[in-house]
Ligand binder design. Structure first.
Ligand SMILES: NC(=O)c1ccc[n+]([C@@H]2O[C@H](COP(=O)([O-])OP(=O)(O)OC[C@H]3O[C@@H](n4cnc5c(N)ncnc54)[C@H](OP(=O)(O)O)[C@@H]3O)[C@@H](O)[C@H]2O)c1
Length: 328
């Protein structure tokens, strides 16, 4: 089997977790890592057995051995860094959200298309075994006509400083882009583009959403969705159709368990997760690279654009604005 040589840039919280799962993928080689901080790069390379480490992202992009780069920096840096990686001929797996707004996401996708290079937003829930099983049940018609989705993503982050990536508008802080993207993804993946959106948020004095609720309305269904940094919650997700229901156990976006109810009969379906769950998005990247595909069939460029456009609409209703927005 062909080995794939990875680079990772931005060596913080999520990069560490991702590297642990990368080590579980037999044909993945962690070739190089890069940080703005040389000591962090050296320590990360030691911990995760990376072959090379760099104190600048550009040096990693100039390493000809790196085939695909995982970008794990803060939201506003995703697009500029992905652009640099693509200009150096690298495939890209970029953390969510792919960009701050649709304009940015479109620009990045155009570049990947022009260079015929792989690009995917790291929406790892899409590849989670329980989620794949849920989609299969729905596609087989097990729930009948879908009527209702309810999902949230919430944790208590109130102890983080106003300069943190959660709350600083310069870092595109706010619950929607960071975690509201998950319930939005769930509704979008199952029901598609809604015909109407109603969103309302509680903003911090700095103008980012500390909590927000949004309702997506379709011809025959509604999705009632929520995200916040202001309290903990066990985070189950509910999907109801006229013939049955699926409950994704806590925390639904990374769950290993489905609770299915049909004709009054309740069944628990266990779907074991390897590693932390990032393993499955890595397998998808490998599959695409080996097949020479520039985008995933399961989470493609249009999907990322649609999600970004929905977030733009929600932000507009709530008055959430970032420096990179087109009208700023
Ligand atoms: N998929 C998931 O489950 C998941 C979970 C958490 C986060 N995420 C996503 O991953 C991204 C990073 O989140 P994280 O929690 O890993 O963040 P983090 O630990 O705070 O920071 C990640 C990296 O961003 C760079 N960075 C941090 N602060 C910076 C600043 N003030 N200026 C410039 N660069 C800075 C640093 O890279 P250097 O090492 O180069 O200095 C840092 O190591 C976010 O976009 C988030 O949406 C995804």
């Amino acid at each position: 089997m062909q080995n794939i040589k990875w680079g990772i840039v931005g060596l913080g919280n999520i990069a560490n977790k991702f590297a642990e799962d990368l080590a579980l993928v037999s044909d993945a080689i962690l070739w190089a890592v890069a940080s703005s901080n040389a000591e962090r790069a050296q320590e990360f390379a030691r911990k995760h057995k990376a072959i090379r480490h760099y104190d600048s992202y550009s040096s990693l992009f100039e390493d000809p051995a790196v085939q695909v780069v995982y970008i794990a920096t803060l939201h506003p840096d995703h697009v500029p860094i992905a652009i640099e990686a693509i200009r150096h001929g690298k495939g890209v797996l970029c953390e969510k959200p792919l960009g701050i707004n649709t304009k940015e996401v479109q620009e990045l996708i155009n570049l990947a298309q022009n260079h015929s290079l792989f690009l995917m937003e790291a929406l790892w829930t899409r590849f989670n075994p329980a989620f794949e099983q849920t989609l299969q049940f729905i596609q087989e018609g097990a729930l009948g006509l879908l009527r209702y989705i309810n999902a949230s993503f919430s944790f208590n982050g109130l102890d983080r400083s106003i300069d943190s990536r959660l709350f600083n508008p310069q870092k595109a802080g706010g619950a929607l882009l960071d975690i509201g993207i998950y319930p939005l993804f769930l509704a979008y993946q199952i029901l598609g583009i809604p015909k109407d959106i109603k969103a309302s948020a509680i903003l911090t004095p700095q103008g980012v959403d500390v909590q927000l609720g949004f309702i997506l309305t379709y011809e025959t269904a509604q999705a009632v969705l929520y995200a916040s940094f202001s309290h903990d919650e066990d985070m189950r997700a509910t999907i109801c159709g006229e013939k049955g229901q699926i409950y994704l156990s806590s925390r639904w976006h990374e769950t290993d368990q489905i609770h299915r109810v049909q004709s009054g009969k309740s069944t628990i379906i266990n779907c074991p997760v390897k590693g932390r769950g990032y393993y499955y998005e890595i397998l998808e990247v490998h599959k695409c690279l080996i097949l020479g595909q520039t985008e995933s069939k399961k989470w493609n460029w249009k999907n990322s654009l649609d999600l970004s456009s929905l977030m733009d609409q929600i932000r507009k209703q709530c008055g959430i604005v970032y420096p990179s927005d087109p009208d700023q």
